[in-house]
Structures are given as C-alpha cells and as structure tokens.
Design a protein around this ligand. Structure first.
Ligand SMILES: [Zn+2]
Length: 180
C-alpha cells in the first residue's frame, strides 16, 4: 500500500466516523426510539424508578424516551393550528387497577382475565398496560369532546408514523410506540 492509499484510507475512516457521530446526534435530537416491551415484560414500578425514568410534561409523567417524540409531534401539529392535549400518561399500578375495576368490574376474573374488548373503555389490568411504563399516552383535542371526530385525530393518523407513535386498535385516543 503506498502512502496515498494509506492517507485516503485514513480520510475515509475519519469520514465514516464523522458520519456515524452525526447519525448518533440526529438520533439523540429526536430522542432514541423508546423500548418496546410486550405485555409480558411490563412491570409495576416504584418511586425510585419513577424518579429516574419519568419526566413531567403538561402536568403528566411520561417516560423520558417517549417524551421527545411526543413533544416533537405536538409542536409540529401546533404549527398547523392543531392543539393536541394529553389526558393520561404514566400510571402507577394502583391507578391502573382502579381504572380497570371501573371499566371491567371487580373480582379476579374482571380485574385480571376479562378481554379488554369486553370492558368500557378498554382497559388493561394493572401491570399489563404501557401506561405503567410511561410509554403510552391518552390524547385529547382542545375544543373537541370526542377525540375520534376531532381534527387532532385526523392529523395524528396522517403524521404519527414519522414520530414512531402508533394507535391502539380499540382506542382512538390511546397512542404508544407499539400500538398497545
Ligand atoms: Zn390509554
């Protein structure tokens, strides 16, 4: 290998290294893609975990890895006059259990085994919802009572993929990185 080739190789390696660093910066800017736990890996968290992993936004606690995507989506929508609000985000397992009881009924079957499609509104058991990881949000639209018929819903459906955010199949208002 002559000197020119060595020099060219070194330059190429540097350029590649710079490109990788730039790619990392872009990822950090938009927020790294949040983890995508399936329901078997969702757990109930304690106060220590909450302090480390959650940030507050609009009065709600959201996982730090989901927050940048939500902020970016909301800010982008605002530029088009679409005012998305957050109605619910992180929930403790206690809060999830209370919601589950009011949506599905009490007793072991209703609290833990009844399919969510038979509950109103559809509500996962405590420790089975991405709300318990701070990785799901329930959205609302300023000035509209029914989210499904609001301009926010139409806007989010059209643009959400860019922000790695997907809708739950049974709930127009529930959005997460997995659609669960
Ligand atoms: Zn939800």
């Amino acid at each position: 290998m002559n000197l020119n080739v060595i020099s060219f190789s070194a330059t190429l390696a540097l350029t590649l290294a710079n490109l990788l660093t730039t790619a990392d910066k872009v990822m950090n800017y938009t927020g790294s893609i949040p983890p995508k736990p399936d329901q078997s890996t969702i757990i109930c968290h304690d106060n220590n975990w909450e302090v480390i992993n959650l940030s507050e936004y609009q009065g709600y606690r959201i996982h730090k890895k989901l927050l940048p995507l939500m902020v970016k989506m909301r800010d982008t929508a605002l530029q088009s006059g679409i005012n998305i609000r957050i109605n619910s985000a992180y929930r403790t397992c206690q809060e999830q259990g209370d919601l589950r009881a009011s949506a599905c009924g009490i007793g072991e079957y209703n609290l833990y085994y009844k399919p969510i499609s038979l509950c109103f509104p559809p509500t996962e058991p405590a420790g089975k919802s991405l709300h318990n990881e701070g990785l799901a949000v329930d959205l609302a639209c300023n000035g509209y009572a029914i989210f499904e018929y609001s301009p926010c819903y139409g806007w989010i459906k059209e643009h959400s993929a860019k922000f790695h955010i997907r809708q739950h199949e049974l709930e127009a208002w529930h959005w997460s990185t997995t659609g669960k």
